[in-house]
Design a binder for this molecule. Sequence first.
Ligand code: DX5
Ligand code: ZN
Length: 216
Amino acid sequence: MGRIIAPSILAADFNNLGKEIEMINGSEAGYIHCDVMDGVFVPNISFGIPVIQKVYKISRKPLDVHLMIVNPDALIVQFAEAGASIITVHYEVCTSLHRTIQFIKKQGVKTSVCLNPHTPVAVLEDIIADLDMVLLMSVNPGFGGQVFIENTYKKVRQLKSLIESNNPDCLIEVDGGVNYETGKKLFECGADVLVAGSFVFNSENPLETIRQLKLL
Ligand code: DX5
Ligand code: ZN
């Protein structure tokens, strides 16, 4: 399984979003991570469907859409039509998670569930077989540039063992506070996909930073 880097455009320069997407297109990134925030589930608002439509038009990488919104079911069709390749919903807001996952599948989009730092991996036991990916938050969602929560390493190892016995093709993605140090340990614990926002876009050479992250 190759290691995948997913730059989060939350940290990109929105005045030059086209150029930032071109940079990702020419990089070794596997996905473009799109952080959608509603100001209710998380204390911040980012961007939504119109921006994702525009990104999709010029992107040559799959769009990995992370929905930090309270009612994802109401908008899954729109995000699928906007160009999402993977849709991630939060466990904490889905009262009928199985239904939500089947609905995402029906749109021809890959399925992923995200766990906040306080949500134990064990809650996925009865849904893991239906997922293409699990996203573990390594910060509390809402903002880029936060400090990595060390407990995440343990969760990655727990998730790896759950996946090995139930759905070996399911990917493990980690989001928040990724840098060379945390990224290396995450890969060692079994992560497949690393989201990186500020570490990539605030670096002097984002292209090279993406390349180095993949080599960790
Ligand atoms: C946080 C978002 C992250 C964020 C990561 O709510 O889900 O994807 O952009 O940012 P960094 O890499 O700066 O921690
Ligand atoms: Zn994210």
